[in-house]
Design a protein around this ligand. Structure first.
Ligand code: HEC
Length: 491
């Protein structure tokens, strides 16, 4: 009898140990990247367009569903609870219950900040509402802000900053003039206190507008340094990933993607800011996060991006300052269909949601188990679908910095310092800052280990050579496209 009791209590102890750990969900795929294995686990099936995922202060995975539901998934058990059903959500195509973020007040109250589309008669609006979690329900709604909405381009993502302020990435509501009108609240990053009032230190006194010139943002993230990033859908071309800064103008609808066409260059926008990345053809970027955890070293210091049209999970590696893109890898390509949202837990475990039951499913989708919520964590074995990460197709970045990173930095290094005795430093270098003709001929012809760059267009050569002549305290004049056209003798 005693022996039996001992055995039972040991079993209970063991069960208790595993019970306290996260539940192990079925591993349906394995991604191999940079020598690490990442397991993709299936947490929930048969959901209906989980639009936003957030890791809660209660250590549970919260999510919105576009039709108007807020749910909470306990990752220790897999049980999903519904916390709120919002009947007044106007759910159609891209409108509905969209972004959400959570905040825990000092007294322990958890608050949910929700954005949804609302329609009364023919008037469509986009609402930002705060709820309180009381027992297992979201109650006591407070309308913080209501702005014009439309049948499309309602954005939106909501994020509570580390400093407790609310950042709201709004869509332009399909009105071309909105994004460039600093008095309109559409096509903006708005910054608010949690009670909806305007922070005293906002860049435009008395206005929630913090940055502008956006079309239809679908991703918003802050890293631990307080740097902000957004993803945005372009029109026919030029989806964007942006590094957000106060009072900057991100160009829409006058400038799409990089400032690279003659038509765009006639616009001299004050505080105009180019994207970190632009994608043509478009990929429909959606949720983003800045991954900093040591849990998955292969993903550290990267922006993780999920996409709808391109049906991918991408890793955008950033430099140590978070201001430059080093590379773009595709970790998931098409296997799970459209991907809408991405979140990370305190432990560095990643969560993703599919969006195959939305208005625009890809051929072959939805599958019978859609929509799904997936988890990515370190794997010890290969299981399920075996996948390998691969570089994204290199995009045309026509600005000098982007061309330099793509074509020159592998040898001369991103900061131009080169490698001693192998690749010359380009800082205060006579060949760089001196005679334009000599520099052009060297880059066209190459020299010893230095390859020829005659394949670059006149515009690209002008951009990259001007860039090296004016970076890293080099202070030489730029080199124009006309100069290159008149002086290149290689064709
Ligand atoms: C594969 C490595 C490699 C790449 C890529 C490369 N370079 Fe170089 N570069 C070199 C080497 C090696 C030299 C020295 C050549 C020599 O003197 O024999 C050099 C020399 C130079 C010099 C002359 C510096 C000096 O003082 O002698 C300039 C200017 C320069 N590179 C610019 C560029 C630019 C601009 C790009 C990109 C468009 C580029 N390089 C890409 C390897 C590279």
């Amino acid at each position: 009898m005693i022996r039996l009791l001992v055995t039972v209590s040991i079993l209970l102890l063991l069960a208790g140990c595993t019970g306290r750990d996260e539940k192990v969900f079925p591993q349906i795929a394995t991604i191999e990247t940079e020598g690490s294995l990442l397991g993709v686990h299936e947490l929930a099936v048969n959901r209906n367009v989980p639009w936003e995922l957030c890791w809660g202060p209660d250590d549970m995975l919260w999510f919105t569903e576009q039709e108007g539901r807020v749910c909470r998934l306990d990752t220790k058990t897999g049980v999903v609870d519904t916390l709120l059903v919002l009947p007044e959500v106007w759910f159609k195509r891209t409108a509905g219950l969209l972004g959400m973020d959570l905040y825990q007040e000092k007294d322990g109250t958890i608050e949910a900040f929700l954005n949804y589309t609302y329609k009364q008669d023919s008037l469509i609006t986009s609402r930002l509402v705060r709820y309180e979690l009381i027992e297992d329900s979201l109650l006591n709604p407070t309308l913080l802000l209501e702005i014009p909405g439309n049948t499309a381009h309602n954005g939106s993502r909501v994020k509570i900053a580390h400093n407790g302020l609310v950042y709201w990435a709004t869509g332009d509501a399909y009105v071309y003039g909105n994004a460039q009108d600093s008095t309109s609240l559409n096509g903006k990053i708005l910054r608010l206190n949690r009670d909806g009032s305007i922070p005293a230190d906002n860049p435009i006194p008395g206005s929630p507008v913090w940055a502008w010139g956006f079309r239809n943002m679908q991703g918003l993230a802050e890293n631990s340094r307080g740097q902000w990033y957004s993803s945005e859908h372009g029109e026919a071309t030029d989806d964007e990933l942006n590094l957000l800064q106060p009072l900057r103008n991100y160009g829409w609808p006058l400038i799409e993607g990089y400032l690279d066409t003659e038509k765009e260059k006639v616009h001299q926008l004050i505080n105009q800011q180019e994207p970190l990345l632009a994608w043509t053809p478009t990929i429909a970027p959606a949720g983003i996060l800045y991954y900093e955890s040591a849990q998955l070293p292969a993903l550290q210091n990267s922006i993780l991006l999920v996409t709808l049209k391109a049906k991918s999970l991408r890793q955008i590696k950033m430099d140590s300052t978070g201001t430059k893109v080093l590379s773009e890898e595709i970790l998931l390509d098409s296997v799970f269909g459209r991907l809408r949202s991405i979140a990370v837990s305190d432990k560095g475990i990643i969560y993703l949601s599919t969006s195959n039951r939305d208005w625009n499913p890809a051929p072959g989708f939805p599958k019978s188990t859609d929509d799904r919520i997936l988890q990515i964590r370190l794997a010890t074995e290969r299981k399920g679908n075996l996948l390998k990460s691969k570089p994204a197709l290199v995009q045309e970045t026509n600005d000098g910095a982007g061309l330099y990173l793509r074509y020159c930095a592998s040898c001369h290094k991103p900061d131009g310092t080169g490698v001693m005795d192998i690749f010359p430093s380009l800082l205060k270098n006579e060949t760089v800052t001196g005679d334009k003709m000599k520099l052009l001929q060297l880059v066209l012809k190459g020299k010893n280990q230095m390859p020829s760059f005659a394949f670059l267009s006149d515009e690209e050569l002008a951009a990259v050579l001007s860039y090296i002549r004016q970076s890293w305290s080099n202070e030489s004049s730029d080199i124009t496209t006309t100069y290159i056209r008149n002086n290149r003798n290689d064709r």
